[in-house]
Design a protein around this ligand. Structure first.
Ligand code: GLN
Ligand code: ZN
Length: 769
């Protein structure tokens, strides 16, 4: 390890910090404002207080340069839309009447106008509001928020660096405004956008910014030569401005690849690069372009997306290598700390020894400061920290939680045959049809039925000790009875128990699996005021006992029709958890698959003839670079098959996917070898059915005919129309009739009406066959 001293002292910095406050004060203030209980001034004051608290905390921890402007009432991409004046026409009046209400109207919509579309921020679980741009878009600079927040930070006596979404990423994340000619490319607006950025930069300089950070994470994705050209041009132009602060061009979430040479040459003063596992290639790429002579390198060596303690010695040695590649090396997290919870210190339910393996935003901040100190002043100045870190890493590596020999032995013994059904699909289909005796165009649902207020209250009462387990289970059973009796009356063919017992489709299983940890306050922003608390997949994974069997068998005992067993698949379990970083994801997926396989087999043994394994996240964890897709899809589809392949040929395996377009993963869907798949399709008018057909997908499929995202009840006629469309792509022998997704967010009245119409539509179309 190096103990070389950098010429200029390495500085510690971060790009962004969780916005919500230790007790989610921001959520409470904003939701209070929406309900009229909090005034605009009170909301602004609460937000300013949270910003000050964050800055003070960062400064006290030893962060030399704090971020400014990363705060948001809802989303930083929406803030950028406001900054560049790209307000959609339909929201303009509202924004002009009241900027704050107009802002929330763009985010959430109103009775009269639809909100901006929301989608995932790269491969994280954070969602941003998609800019809507068209050939007529006029940009105007509005630097008020950025300038005000910078001044707040400067007023605390801190060195602050405003952080903005860069112009190229902003345009690449945008989509054509509704009604725009298809084929409009937002990137063509670059020349119009750059002067607006120039104005904002000048304003920030005038307000006292020495540096401004421009985030260009879109450049870690595969980019066409034209897109790379645009990036080159953008930074040549911004770099060439005379009235501007120093520019720090930041990227994260993956390697820069082809963009590295042009960014390294760009006339900016600094680059911030991700050097975590996912982006190690940045190191060689940086060396290959001759480093960054004369520039500042901000090295993202502390993972900003996971919750594990950093390996400080490893990071120091990496930083030592980087010292040879730039004029000055500063230390940072790989990306904004927005994606991790705030503080491990509030976790009282996790054993102290295990808690020391975890690192949330506050702990990461300390790691960054320690690394900067070690880099600047020599490792001799941080010996105590290094020793403690070494001990924590050793305790993690040697813990029975992370190393369970039985789980390892079982995973190592998996053969290709374990991940293959015993008979080919055609034979299975015949056996399943004989066993189930379903009509053509069988009807079913995706699993959950409305999660009523009483159910949530019952769960809260159980937690608070106001209701005992027996009492709670009686409530759940009563709900199952109601769900089964409704489905029978409505005439559905394959029933579900309704998932009344589940708080969440991942957490429910995580709570019952050994190897998972639950946090009490580990909230991270999903979108707006919605926060999720992902469980931590910390160790070797096993299933002490069946997790769902008694609910499914109870439901089956109430009806002669088949009741579908319902599980969350291995890839989705990983996607919606914090996963361990001490072994390849593929190994973790295999362990989860084996635990779920036992559940699948137990369901079958208990008489369940149809078992659904949901994988809504299969598409969303696809790596950012196409070169990495094949490796990911190989282990992901294997994990699904390993989960499901242990059943008899006449047991029907279903899967379900939603939240995405699937056109580019049809081969992977095929590779799952599920007997039946249900997919979200209603809003795209069965697009996915055509994609499956074009691929020659040979198995049964249920493209959704009921958009469950809104309370609207689709009519029978409308559903008949969608089914006829579906039949043009998928033959009647292989077409299922189902909604787009589960019904847990819906209320009973529209659920009843919609499903009755769905059954009526299936019958109408059946009669036409
Ligand atoms: N079975 C789950 C449900 O119906 C599926 C949810 C999902 O796809 N997100 O709620
Ligand atoms: Zn779904």
């Amino acid at each position: 390890m190096t103990s070389r001293t950098a010429t200029a002292a390495a500085r510690a910095t971060v790009y962004g910090y969780p916005r919500q406050g230790a007790n989610r004060e921001l959520k409470k203030a904003i939701e209070g404002y929406w309900k009229g209980r909090v005034t605009a001034d009170e909301l602004r004051a609460a937000a300013a207080e949270l910003r000050r608290t964050n800055w003070r905390q960062l400064a006290e921890a030893g962060i030399d340069e704090v971020p400014a402007g990363d705060f948001s009432y809802y989303d930083h991409v929406l803030d950028t839309t406001v900054m560049v004046g790209a307000i959609p026409d339909r929201h303009r009046a509202a924004v002009e009447t009241d900027a704050l209400d107009g802002y929330f109207a763009m985010a959430r919509g109103t009775q009269e106008v639809a909100p901006l579309e929301m989608t995932k921020w790269f491969d994280t679980n954070y969602h941003y509001l998609v800019p809507e741009l068209g050939p007529d878009t006029v940009f105007t600079a509005d630097s008020a928020k950025q300038v005000a927040e910078l001044k707040e930070a400067l007023a605390l006596g801190l060195a602050a660096r405003p952080v903005l979404v860069g112009p190229v990423t902003y345009l690449l994340l945008a989509k054509p405004a509704p009604g725009m000619a298809v084929g409009f490319d937002p990137l063509t607006l670059l020349d119009r956008l750059l002067p607006v950025y120039a104005e904002v930069l000048a304003d920030l300089r005038a307000a006292g910014a020495e540096w401004v950070q421009l985030d260009e994470p879109a450049l870690v994705q595969d980019r066409s030569p034209a897109e790379l050209n645009a990036a080159e041009r953008a930074y040549r132009e911004l770099g060439g401005l005379t009235d501007r602060p120093k520019l720090l061009l930041a990227s994260y979430f993956d390697r820069l690849g082809d963009a590295m040479p042009l960014l390294a040459k760009a006339p900016v003063e600094g680059l911030a690069l991700d050097f975590t596992e996912a982006a190690v290639a940045n190191l060689d790429a940086l060396a290959a372009v001759g480093g960054l002579p004369g520039k500042r390198l901000v090295a993202g060596v502390v993972n900003g997306r996971n919750i594990w303690v950093n390996d400080l010695e490893k990071s120091l040695s990496l930083l030592g290598t980087l010292l040879g590649l730039a004029d000055r090396v500063d230390v940072a997290a790989s990306c904004s700390l927005l994606h991790v919870p705030i503080d491990t210190a509030t976790e009282r339910d996790i054993e102290p020894q295990i808690l020391r393996w975890l690192s949330f935003a506050r702990q990461k901040t300390t790691e960054i400061v320690t690394l900067a100190k070690g880099l600047a002043q020599g490792t001799g100045t941080i010996t105590a920290e290094l020793a403690a870190n070494r001990a924590d890493l050793a305790s993690r590596a040697n813990s029975p939680l992370t190393y369970d020999p039985a789980v390892r032995t079982r995973a190592a013994a998996v053969t290709a045959a374990d991940a293959r059904r015993s008979r080919p699909y055609a034979e299975r289909a015949a056996a399943q049809h004989a066993r189930l005796g379903l009509p053509l165009l069988p009807t079913t649902t995706i699993g959950s039925f409305p999660q009523t207020g009483e159910l949530r209250t019952a769960r809260a009462d159980l937690r608070a000790g106001r209701l005992d387990t027996a009492g709670y289970e009686e409530r759940v059973k009563a709900e199952i009875q109601e769900v089964i009796s409704f489905q029978e009356k409505a005439g559905l063919d394959v029933l579900v128990h309704g998932e009344a017992e589940r708080n969440d489709m991942v957490q429910y299983f995580a709570e019952q699996l050994t190897g998972y940890l639950a946090t009490r306050h580990g909230w991270v922003q999903s979108y707006g005021t919605r926060y999720v608390r992902p469980p931590v997949l910390a160790g070797d994974l096993s299933r002490p006992e069946p997790m769902t069997v008694r609910w499914t068998t109870y439901a089956q005992s109430l009806t002669a029709r088949p009741v579908k067993g319902m599980l969350t698949g291995p890839v989705t379990m990983l996607a919606w958890s914090f996963v361990r970083d001490d072994q390849p994801l593929a190994d973790t997926a295999r362990q989860v698959a084996l635990a779920l396989r036992d559940e699948v087999n137990d369901l079958e043994a208990a008489g369940t003839s149809v078992i659904q394994v949901d994988e809504p996240a299969l598409r969303e964890t696809l790596p950012l670079r196409a070169a990495d897709h094949a490796a990911y899809l190989a282990w992901a589809t294997e994990a699904f098959r390993l989960t499901t392949a242990g059943v008899r040929p006449d047991t029907q395996i279903h899967t379900h996917m939603c939240y995405a377009e699937f056109g580019d993963i049809v081969q992977a869907i095929d590779d799952l070898d599920a007997d039946v798949i249900s997919l979200e399709a209603a809003r795209s008018r069965m697009q996915v059915a055509r994609e499956l057909a074009a691929h020659g997908y040979p198995r049964e499929a249920g493209p959704g005919v009921y958009d469950i995202h809104s309370p609207r009840v689709p009519s029978t006629e409308e559903t008949v129309g969608l089914l006829r469309t579906g039949l043009r792509a998928i033959p009647a022998e292989r077409l299922w009739v189902n909604p787009d997704c589960g019904l847990k967010t819906r209320a009973w009245p529209e659920t009843r009406a919609s499903l009755e119409n769905l059954v009526a539509a299936a019958r109408t179309v059946r009669d036409e066959l």
